[in-house]
Design a binder for this molecule. Sequence first.
Ligand code: HPA
Ligand code: ZN
Length: 338
Amino acid sequence: MDIADFVAGLPKCELHLHLEGTLEPDLKLALAARNGIDIGQTTVEQVRETYRFDSLASFLAVYYPAMDVLVTEQDFYDLAYAYLTRAAAQNVRYAEVFFDPQVHVGRGVPFESVVRGYHRALQDAERGLGVAGALIMCIVRDLPADSAMATLEAALPYKDLILGLGLDSDERGNPPAKFAEVFSRGRAEGLRLTMHCDIDQQNTTEHIRQALEDIGVERLDHGTNMVENPRLVEIVRQRGLGLTCCPISNRFVTGDTKAPVIAALLRDGIRVTVNSDDPAYFGGYVAENLVTLALAADLTQAELVQLERNAFDVAWLPDDRRAGYLAELDAYAAQAGA
Ligand code: HPA
Ligand code: ZN
């Protein structure tokens, strides 16, 4: 079977997807019109022209201003539902998705509009599209630690709608340790913990060490620079932690998919997963990321199945639901002879 066909049918689990990173140009234009906002472009091609970057910092400089078109609860709903529609079409069965409330609250949008819009979309998608999901609230790491704590406190009344706490945005000079208190409070409040350790960042192995040893995260988002210190790889292996890799995103922000290191970690028994990050900006959802990695690293069908097994294994799912998804995956693999 052709690799793209095999990937298309594979039951998938998405663990590294920023909802704000799914803002496709057509939806951006529609939301701008609905909210009477002049974004300076009037066609999809013109918007796409602005989606140009070659580093994490230059990406974020385009990414945050684009969010101005998100104003009402319905806008957040529409953004998430549009993503979930695409995900369902790629046979994503379950998705744990990031969102960045500080960026919206900082523009005067009520926290409640953001979380209720996203949550309602997840509920409707589970019923109407057959894709289930959960929210991971990310702390924007280049904002001060007291803003992060205030955001966590603002989220507590909606704790039942939020599964996890993450850390994203510009890593330079913003180590995990800056947010030790916030993550410790998050854990005490029952949130699951993950953090971005972006690719090829300054002090990357120290940041990964802090995330693993000082914070005690349950997953690492990106995190492949851990290979620079074998002790970190051993910690990840012993704890069975997941790594949420995003090859197409890597190519945009570093010029390299990092396929060899991702594949080497997978073949070394680390729970590597493949995900989309900011697909509207990087031009590939999870299926395209899987195909990109498969072609670059010559993955077998069994290895593609293993990537999804890893994702369902490290997802923050109740055991009965996890078992259901794994059974679907096994049935697919058996029928394809993978
Ligand atoms: N890294 C850091 N911040 C982000 C990312 C990322 O991959 N995507 C959206 N915000
Ligand atoms: Zn990310």
